[in-house]
Design a binder for this molecule. Structure first.
Ligand SMILES: *Cc1c(COP(=O)(O)O)cnc(C)c1O
Length: 393
């Protein structure tokens, strides 16, 4: 690979040229099944005609003006997203990390408004919130932070899926103003909390006057079987962040807020040059329209169950499989050993998967995957894992 690029990524030796639905073709013409969707981004698959058309039409009209003017697409997207999520207001930016930055800034404004000089946000172990200084400080992974100290202050860490730990923190830390948490941890190894976890967090936040801030950057946009993962529970967050699937590959992020949290930003508090520009919003509007029209979140639920059941049948009894878990089309297969090598082996067989937390195969297939394609995925993957184990890896 070229020396002209900084070595931020350990790239696989493949370059893709075009895509169609769940499929990608490399520069040699070899075809691959994409079971990772550019890490939960291309939920509608590659080269979706509705997105391509929306982008082309908008590009011929207007790509960018500025947030110093009205932007019709941004207005429309704000209205549709807040209605779908039961939230009041939206702020648009260009990535997940930026959406979380907005959430963190909201929490701090909220705290100062209550007279708390050092507002503190509870964040979780094994969480991932991004690579900017504030979001890497919020992230519960030392590898993401190492070398970038001093970290941003104002975060307190707690174990995931552990309400008692939060109650203890509440007793001793009057400066806490918010909890920032993923409804299902993605980068941390596809960790699905207990069913009533979010409801318990909601109750705890209500009791102490904290903001419940959900990082739905990976879980949102239909991925887990509902438009947003919190909709599996009977609750509303105060703040929710989105990015990944929102533009199906066109960079766009959003921070949605409700109630008091939606009124905190005033002109001059926050902003973004590109955030919510006409082109990015045209893509997101097409995503929302396609998702609703084809009930894609329901498809995610159905296909997710199908894949989980198939994986359970094929691998559940194997002693090298520690756990098979997931919600909708966010699926993890935890093995009893490091399995990063599986990614390269899968690539050689024309399958794109990912391994997180060192020992967990992660699947994030496009929501448009067909039943036949899902069968093919199951087949290739179970053969692959069996071969990997047989080789004594
Ligand atoms: C990917 C991700 C982010 C960061 O998004 P970027 O667009 O890479 O900045 C933050 N939180 C979660 C849960 C993510 O999965």
């Amino acid at each position: 690979m070229s020396n002209a690029l900084m070595s931020t990524y350990a790239r696989l030796p493949v370059t893709f040229e075009k895509g169609d639905g769940c499929w990608l073709w490399d520069t040699e013409g070899k075809r691959y099944m994409d079971a990772i969707s550019g890490i939960a981004v291309c939920n509608l698959g590659h080269a979706h005609p509705a997105i391509a058309t929306a982008l082309c039409e908008q590009a011929h009209k207007l790509v960018h003006t500025s947030n110093i003017y009205g932007i019709a697409n941004q207005q429309a997207l704000g209205e549709q997203l807040t209605a779908l999520a039961g939230m009041d207001r939206a702020f648009f930016c260009n990535s997940g990390a930026e959406a979380n930055e907005a959430a963190i800034k909201l929490a701090r404004l909220y705290g100062h408004g209550k007279g708390i000089d050092t507002p503190t946000i509870i964040v979780m172990e094994q969480s991932f919130h991004g690579r900017t200084l504030a979001t890497l400080s919020a992230t519960g992974n030392r590898k993401v932070q190492a070398g970038f100290e001093p970290l941003v202050k104002g975060f307190l860490r707690a174990p995931y899926n552990d309400l008692a730990a939060l109650e203890t923190i509440a007793k001793h830390n009057p400066e806490v103003v918010a909890i920032l948490v993923e409804p299902v941890q993605g980068e941390g190894g596809v960790r699905v909390p207990e069913e009533n976890y979010l409801a318990q967090l909601r109750a705890l936040c209500d009791k102490h006057g904290w903001l419940l801030m959900l990082d739905e950057i990976q879980t949102g946009m239909g991925r887990t079987g509902k438009p947003f993962a919190f909709q599996h529970s009977d609750i509303q967050p105060d703040v929710m962040t989105l990015a990944k699937g929102l533009g199906n590959g066109v960079p766009i992020g959003a921070c949605l807020a409700r109630g008091a949290a939606a009124e905190l930003f005033k002109p001059g508090n926050h902003g973004s040059t590109f955030g919510g520009n006409p082109l990015a919003c045209a893509a997101a509007l097409a995503v929302l329209d396609t998702m609703a029209h084809n009930r894609l979140h329901e498809r995610a639920e159905e296909l997710g169950l199908r894949l989980l059941t198939g994986l359970e049948l094929a691998l559940g009894e194997q002693d090298y499989v520690e756990d098979i878990r997931g919600l909708g089309l966010m699926i993890g297969i935890e093995l009893d050993r490091p399995c990063g090598e599986l990614v390269g082996m899968a690539l050689a067989r024309g399958l794109l998967i990912n391994v997180t937390a060192n020992n967990t195969v992660r699947l994030l297939p496009p929501l448009v995957m067909s039943d036949d394609e899902a069968e093919q995925l199951l087949h290739t993957l179970t053969d692959l894992i069996a071969d990997f184990i047989a080789q004594g890896k």
